[in-house]
Design a protein around this ligand. Structure first.
Ligand SMILES: Nc1ncnc2c1ncn2[C@@H]1O[C@H](COP(=O)(O)OP(=O)(O)OP(=O)(O)O)[C@@H](O)[C@H]1O
Ligand SMILES: [Mg+2]
Length: 324
C-alpha cells in the first residue's frame, strides 16, 4: 500500500490535463480524448475529481484506477455485450472504438436512496409515489432493497445541460432511440448490473446503483462505452454492515466517492456558490479509497504507475505507435 505521505507528495503532480502532440483534444470533466486518424479514439482518464458537476480536485492514481477498473469490468461483461475497448497502451489510457453515443444515460438502481434531484429516495421523500413511471408503495424506508433492479433513464445533458428524468416509455416516445435498440439496451443493462452485483457481493460490497452509457459502433451494433462500475459511476456499500445499519435507521457505509460529497455538505456546500477549500488529507483519503475499491473488486494488487503521468504516457504512446 502506498503511504499517506507519498500520496500527499503526489497531489501537485496528479494529472490535471494532457497536452499530447495529437490534434483536436477534447475534454469532459474527468477524461481528455483525441480522435485518431484510424477512426479510433484515445481516451486518457485524468486525476480530476468531479462532484456537483464541477471539477473539485486532483486525486493521485484516480485516473489509473478508473481506466484499469473499467477495463477489468469490460472484460467481465463482454459475454453479455461487446464494448468499446481495443487496448490499454498506458495505465491511464485506452484506445477505443469511437461510437455514436446514445443520448440516454442508463441508470440502474437496486435500492431506493440518494439525495440529489434525480435520486429515487429524494423523489419519494417529496411524497411522489410514481417515479420514473414506476409505482412505489407507502412506508418505504431510505436505502431499502427494491424487489428487483429498475432502469431510471435520464437525458444525457452534455457540457452544460442538466440531466432530465425520463420514463422508459419516453425514451422511445421522444424519439431518443428506436424501440428495438432501447429494448436491447435495457436487457443488456440489467444483465450487466446483475453480473456487477454478483462480483461486488464476492468482494464484500453491494453494487447499489450505477450509470451506463451505450453507443452505436461503425458497424451499427450496440456497444457499451465510457466507464463501468467505477466509484465515479456507481454507488457501493459495505455488505456486512448493511443489515444492522438499515435496521437501526442508519445510512450504510459507503465505499464510493460519496464521502467527498458528504465532506462538502458538512461545510454547507451543495453545489452552488463558492467552493470551500478542503484539507489535502481529504484527497489522500480519496486516493486510498479509489485504490482500495480497485483491489477489492478485482482481487488484484494495484500496480501504481510512475509519476509524472504525462511523461510516461508519451513514452507508452510512442511505443504503441499512436504517436510517432
Ligand atoms: N467509445 C466512445 N465513443 C464516443 N464517445 C465516448 C466513448 N466512450 C466515452 N465517450 C464519451 O466521452 C466522454 C468522457 O468524458 P468524461 O467522462 O470526462 O465526461 P463527463 O464530463 O464526465 O460527462 P458525463 O457526466 O456525461 O460522464 C463522455 O461524454 C462519454 O459519453
Ligand atoms: Mg463521465
Amino acid at each position: 500500500m502506498i503511504s499517506q505521505n507519498e500520496l500527499l507528495k503526489l497531489i501537485p503532480e496528479a494529472l490535471d490535463e494532457t497536452n499530447l502532440p495529437l490534434s483536436g483534444r477534447q475534454s469532459g470533466k474527468v477524461r481528455d480524448w483525441y480522435d485518431l486518424p484510424s477512426g479510433q479514439r484515445l481516451i486518457v482518464t485524468t486525476d480530476r475529481l468531479s462532484a456537483f458537476d464541477r471539477v473539485l480536485a486532483r486525486v493521485p492514481y484516480k485516473g489509473q484506477v478508473l481506466n484499469q477498473l473499467s477495463a477489468w469490468w469490460f472484460e467481465q461483461t463482454q459475454d453479455i455485450i461487446p464494448n468499446h475497448i481495443i487496448s490499454l497502451p498506458d495505465p491511464n489510457a485506452s484506445i477505443v472504438r469511437t461510437a455514436e453515443p446514445i443520448l440516454v444515460e442508463v441508470i440502474v438502481r437496486g435500492y431506493i436512496t440518494g439525495v440529489t434531484s434525480t435520486a429515487l429516495w429524494y423523489r419519494y421523500s417529496l411524497g411522489e409515489r410514481n417515479i420514473y413511471g414506476y409505482e412505489f408503495p407507502e412506508g418505504l424506508q431510505k436505502n431499502a432493497l427494491l424487489p428487483e433492479p429498475i432502469i431510471t433513464p435520464t437525458t444525457k445533458g452534455g457540457a452544460t445541460g442538466h440531466d432530465e428524468r425520463l420514463t422508459c416509455e419516453e425514451v422511445v416516445q421522444k424519439g431518443l432511440l428506436d424501440a428495438k435498440t432501447w429494448d436491447q439496451v435495457q436487457t443488456a443493462a440489467l444483465a450487466i448490473f446483475k453480473r456487477g452485483q454478483e462480483v461486488a457481493g464476492k468482494a464484500g460490497l453491494i453494487l447499489v446503483d450505477t450509470k451506463y452509457e451505450f453507443g452505436i459502433a461503425a458497424d451499427g451494433s450496440v456497444v457499451l462505452i465510457d466507464e463501468v462500475h467505477t466509484p465515479d459511476s456507481s454507488r457501493f456499500w459495505k455488505a456486512d454492515t448493511y443489515d444492522a445499519r438499515f435496521a437501526a435507521g442508519e445510512d450504510p457505509e459507503n465505499f464510493d466517492k460519496e464521502f467527498v460529497r458528504i465532506a462538502y455538505a458538512d461545510k454547507g456546500y451543495r453545489g452552488d456558490g463558492e467552493i470551500p477549500s478542503m484539507p489535502e488529507e481529504l484527497w489522500v483519503s480519496a486516493s486510498q479509497r479509489y485504490i482500495q475499491i480497485f483491489e477489492m473488486l478485482t482481487g488484484q494488487i494495484f500496480d501504481a504507475g510512475s509519476y509524472p503521468v504525462e511523461e510516461r504516457l508519451l513514452m507508452n504512446l510512442k511505443r504503441a505507435g499512436v504517436i510517432s
